[in-house]
Design a protein. Sequence first.
Length: 253
Amino acid sequence: MKKNIKMVITDLDNTLLRRDKTVSDYTVSLFKRLRERGVLVAFATARPLTMVEDYRAMIQPDAMALTNAAMIIANSEIVKEHSVPSETANALLREVVGSGKMVKVSARSRDSYYTTNPNTALEPQIFFDFSTPITETLMHISFRTNDEAYARSIIAKYKEFEFWHVSGENLYDVNPLGATKANAAKYLSDYFSVPLVNVAAFGDDYNDVEMLRKCGVGVAVANSIDEVKAVADYVCGDCDEDGVARWLEENVL
């Protein structure tokens, strides 16, 4: 039975994207058909703007919630931004770098990406040891550590932030309070005047759980963590099998 879906919001990595970070021609064509039917399309991803441009060109979404929804773009304009409290952000950065327990620490403003371990093959990056404050307004912090107990102590100490642990990795994302994919879904629902009950959301990891819960239809890809599958209304195929596109073809188109 076809669902009355008027907007699709999808995570990228390990959801819409295959594990090798590609998107199949089938998926691209499916999303073109969705747009031709008047169904709105949005990305909700931990990736920043600089790392979604290729997928944006292929899929042509109406909106994007980037950096775990710290920035929301709709109709090619930035319509909402979150920032982290500057003094507290710099305190957190000094503490984690000074702990000696970090593999990598990074911070992102709208225009700059500061990191203790640059990899300029990915995007323009600035080496920074965080011993002095960053004066730019920051919207996102991330750190990598193999000491999970220490990471949990930081999460417990800094209540001014949203923390996300990426499953299967030593990566922890830090966002301003309120900058979540679930809140982005609600914002886009209001922005486009599409009730949440008519929104289908797709995801695979911890930061997708509340988005799937809040939207009218929540769909987990088969390779999702158990916590995502537990809240999903449906489980579609694996990301390497174009699970999102095939579910949409069967249930929406």
